[in-house]
Ligand binder design. Structure first.
Ligand code: TMP
Length: 395
């Protein structure tokens, strides 16, 4: 058998499906969140996929532009691509609120977006970028090539790992990319997830968590080559992967360097994943121990950042309003709602992040530096709690 399930995180809701009221609880969609290793391709994927329409629709709430870290991340990325590759035609798959596209002015290049969540597609359309509110597939690729020609840079951030049928996605990319064009995508790194025991990278949207080993196997079938890989700090450790048509560019050392690290960590064998599953259970027990202990001492505990990741943690660990009073988050669309599955109220930091709080679970641990910098006053007296890379307090 080539597919081996190694981790079961139990029944989970759609990680970004914040509920408007208690009456929505009875209809809340749940599925078994489990993870599988494919011994042939070495790809790590969810055992059960959720229908894309349930996750990506016009109620989608994740705004890339809301974080300072992500705004400067995408600006730097766009400027470096313009400098190094001078693309004239740019396409972004999963363009969200335009945080990347905005850096391409019409004078230097044409940029178009693909974004199935129409609330976000409307934002980039209003900014003047042609935007297709459709899912990426062969049919859309054909339409784009017909309307705009082949593309010199196809960019995608935190989106390719959402696509269940990777064979079709890569085939469509190969047909849309100009002969000397590049496809650059960034997604959470499997190596970082395993090393940091950040099991909360696993949720419905992340249909796959990529190693470079697996991607090389999958892209090869479509005559596409990875020619460069950059390790990124964002989203708790990601890879930026540069791809071209086979034989068009020389393969840089960064590719074999990262593959060696992945092999050293055992990402090509099931054993590493079994060890990871053991560590995840341990992390759950430790997190529950410290939260229960603080609660026994009557401390007020809240959560900071209503993230998709915290949905996985709360539902896997059974943490609800019994332990966490509420969640503060900067996203206006989440305010007044209940968190998926755990049903913890979400309010704005202005309303809830005040002197009454003793401890805050850092749901947005991937922004630890940005948040600790911003919340220096809180940290003078109080502590954040995180489970990454192990359960601990942040002073
Ligand atoms: P992400 O981990 O998927 O990027 O989501 C980050 C969430 O955390 C998003 O809902 C915004 C929220 N957040 C805050 O509430 N405060 C902050 O300072 C930061 C950086 C993020």
């Amino acid at each position: 058998m080539s597919k081996i399930e190694f981790l079961d995180l139990g029944m989970q809701p759609i990680a970004n499906n914040f509920l408007s009221s208690v009456s929505d609880i009875k209809n809340e969609y749940k599925f078994r969140l489990a993870v599988t290793f494919d011994d042939d391709t070495k790809l790590v994927s969810l055992s059960n996929f959720v229908s894309p329409d349930l996750m990506f629709n016009d109620s989608y709430v994740y705004h890339s532009s809301l974080s300072k870290t992500m705004r400067s991340h995408f600006k730097d990325a766009a400027l470096s691509f313009l400098k190094d590759y001078s693309p004239e035609k740019v396409l972004e798959i999963g363009s969200n609120d335009g945080v990347f596209l905005k850096n391409f002015s019409s004078k230097r290049s044409t940029a178009i977006g693909v974004e199935p969540c129409s609330n976000f597609a409307n934002i980039t359309r209003d900014l003047g970028y042609a935007t297709y509110d459709k899912f990426w597939n062969n049919q859309l690729a054909k339409e784009i090539v017909l309307n705009h020609g082949k593309q010199d840079l196809i960019f995608s951030a935190n989106c390719i790992c959402h696509i269940q049928n990777l064979d079709e996605a890569f085939s469509a990319i190969s047909k849309t990319m100009s002969s000397t064009g590049i496809f650059v995508f960034e997604d959470p790194s499997l190596l970082s997830m395993i090393n940091r025991r950040s099991y909360d990278q696993i949720y419905d949207e992340h249909a796959h968590i990529f190693s470079i080993i697996a991607l090389r196997n999958l892209l090869d079938k479509h005559d596409l080559s990875i020619f460069k890989v950059q390790s990124l700090k964002v989203h708790g450790g990601s890879n930026r992967i540069f791809v071209c048509h086979k034989g068009v560019r020389s393969i840089e050392e960064s590719v074999s360097e990262i593959i060696s690290k992945e092999i050293d960590a055992g990402l090509n064998t099931i054993d590493a994943y079994r060890r990871f599953a053991y560590d995840v259970e341990k992390s759950k027990r430790q997190l529950l121990d410290i939260i229960h202990e603080l609660k026994r001492k009557n401390y007020k505990i809240i959560s900071y950042g209503a993230t998709s990741k915290s949905t996985t943690v709360f539902n896997y660990c059974g943490i609800g309003t019994n332990l966490i009073d509420y969640i503060v988050d900067t996203t206006p669309a989440k305010h007044g709602k209940l968190s998926p599955g755990a049903h913890i109220p979400v309010i704005s930091p202005e309303e809830g992040f005040n002197d009454t709080v003793d401890y805050a679970f850092l749901g947005a641990w991937n922004y630890e530096n940005e948040i600790c910098e911003k919340e220096r006053k809180f940290l003078k007296k109080n502590r954040f709690i995180t489970h990454v890379p192990y359960v601990r307090f942040i002073k």
